[in-house]
Write a protein that binds this ligand. Structure first.
Ligand SMILES: Cc1cc2nc3c(=O)[nH]c(=O)nc-3n(C[C@H](O)[C@H](O)[C@H](O)COP(=O)(O)O)c2cc1C
Length: 485
């Protein structure tokens, strides 16, 4: 194994990441807060490696947890099959138009059902189920419990069409390890499936994979169009179908190479208190609520299984980089598709969890262009959920640099003139600003940080060296200046 084309499961992914020097082992950490804290300290580093926890306190060696799987450009590029030598900008460029192509091609890659697979090396029935036999972390200090599903893919079907959906919906261990609550927010495709099954059959079948090629986390955790199976979409990314085994109880698919998978039925009245949980906003903002709970009827796992962890929290968190890159490419594509000219770059900043703060760089073409870019970006379906700020900058400003974006705001935005607000927009239950029991509206600002259109020709010149001179001096004093830019 050794090429991007060979990744079919988490073991293949790890082998390649290890070969690239992208994985560090952490031995002897405790599942109780320590794995979470080590992971957090790692996300805050520049260019964090993936961490593979082993020898976890209270658990057999070999029962592992992986975090930070896609927290840098190299591993995300590797996961998406786009290359391992791209920087943030090149990764977004390489990704642009791909999500649309993958969705369009998905139906050419129906899953391939196989009789058995590594996930079925161990199968436990109801009498033997204990999810806490795995090293399930208590990720954050004030979490309401231990979350086995963070980097998970929860599979449901549309009972009418049979179309499969996968969503990354967090799963908290319940009832001493015999059950798991599944927190599917209203509006998600999985929630619609479950509602429909309840109406038709009084119960809803579910399978969930808890460790897999991180590509499955990308597709489950990203807004793939309704009606498109995320497993077929993953097949389109890989260029070959995903192998699945059929769940013994529900008949729903389970990725054949999954590390750990669970199966059972959700029932309308079967809920357990879920949360609080450290959310992607950086707060325990969702509180605790009764949430639909799966009485697990089968657990499948490989020998020495690896749990794929992806805990959110105050950014940067486990998947904030992945979300930033995916959102940036999708929003840039959507702006161009709707006919906006002069789009030079988009970056969905990690500080806003990849949702709340967008920077859009444009080459200003006409009066009103900057505001148009801002209003459109703030309301595109790919961007509207939980956006708070869209900052529109000129093409000479790097939208990926928070410092450059803030500098443009400080010097090109007249606050009284150039900040527009939109009200009653699409917010979230987990917004820390939402008042208790209030509907999840929010408001947002479009900040025009472009040079004023009427002064484009006369705006003061930026006080910085010409790029050609900069290149020249960097080449001349490489030891002092760190080599070519
Ligand atoms: C690691 C991770 C955890 C997530 N946790 C949740 C969650 O607990 N509940 C939820 O509704 N969405 C969660 N999301 C977002 C959804 O997975 C995302 O909106 C996805 O598009 C949902 O799938 P769907 O569009 O098929 O419904 C999470 C995303 C990621 C990447």
């Amino acid at each position: 194994m050794g090429s991007l084309d060979d990744i079919d499961d988490l073991r293949d992914w790890l082998a390649l990441a290890e070969k690239l020097g992208e994985v560090r082992a952490v031995e002897g950490a405790h599942w109780d807060k320590e794995i979470g804290a080590v992971s957090q300290a790692n996300y805050q580093r520049h260019d964090p490696p993936a961490l593979l926890f082993d020898d976890i306190v209270g658990h057999r060696r070999g029962q592992r947890v992986l975090t930070a799987s896609m927290s840098n450009a190299r591993r995300l590029g590797m996961t998406l099959g786009l290359g391992t030598d791209l920087d943030d900008k090149a990764l977004v460029e390489a990704l642009r138009s791909k999500p649309g192509e993958w969705a369009a091609n998905a139906s050419r890659y129906p899953v391939r059902e196989v009789a058995t697979g590594p996930v079925a090396q161990n199968v436990l029935g109801p009498d033997d189920i204990d999810l806490l036999q795995f090293p399930v972390p208590l990720w954050h200090e004030a979490d309401g419990g231990r979350y086995i599903g963070t980097g998970c893919a929860v599979f449901t079907t549309d009972p009418g069409t049979g179309v499969l959906n996968a969503g990354a919906y967090r799963m908290q261990v319940q009832n001493d390890g015999r059950a798991a609550s599944i927190n599917i927010e209203a509006g998600k495709h999985g929630a619609a499936h479950v509602r429909e099954w309840f109406a038709r059959e009084g119960r809803a079948p579910v399978t969930a994979s808890l460790g897999h090629d991180p590509l499955l986390l990308v597709v489950a955790g990203t807004e793939v169009p309704a009606g498109t199976s995320e497993l077929e979409y993953a097949g389109a990314v890989r260029g070959r179908p995903v192998d699945v085994v059929k769940g013994e109880v529900t008949g729903l698919p389970i990725p054949a190479g999954a590390e750990i998978a669970v199966e059972g039925w959700l029932r309308p009245g079967r809920r357990e208190q879920e949360g609080p949980f450290g959310e992607w906003t950086g707060y325990y903002s969702g509180g605790a609520e009764p949430v639909l709970t799966l009485d697990v009827e089968r657990v499948y796992f490989r020998d020495d299984p690896i749990l794929l962890g992806a805990p959110p929290g105050k950014p940067p968190h486990d998947y904030s980089y992945m979300r930033s890159v995916m959102k940036s490419a999708m929003i840039q594509d959507a702006l161009i598709r709707c006919g906006l000219p002069g789009v030079e770059g988009v970056w969905a900043h990690e500080a806003g969890g990849g949702r709340q703060l967008l920077a859009v760089a444009i080459d200003q073409r006409y009066a009103g262009h900057a505001r148009q870019a801002g209003y459109l970006a703030a309301q595109l379906p790919a961007a509207a959920y939980m956006n708070k700020f869209v900052v529109v900058v000129d093409a000479d400003v790097n939208p990926r640099s928070l410092s450059d974006v803030v500098w443009a705001m400080c010097t090109r935005t007249d606050p009284a003139e150039d900040i527009e607000t939109l009200r009653k927009t699409w917010g979230s239950r987990v917004d820390p600003l939402r008042e208790r029991d209030a509907p999840p509206f929010n408001s947002r600002a479009v900040i025009d940080a472009c040079r004023p259109w009427s002064r484009l020709g006369s705006f003061p010149r930026v006080a910085e060296a010409d790029p050609a001179l900069l290149d020249q001096v960097v080449k001349r004093w490489p030891d002092v200046l760190g080599g070519p830019r």
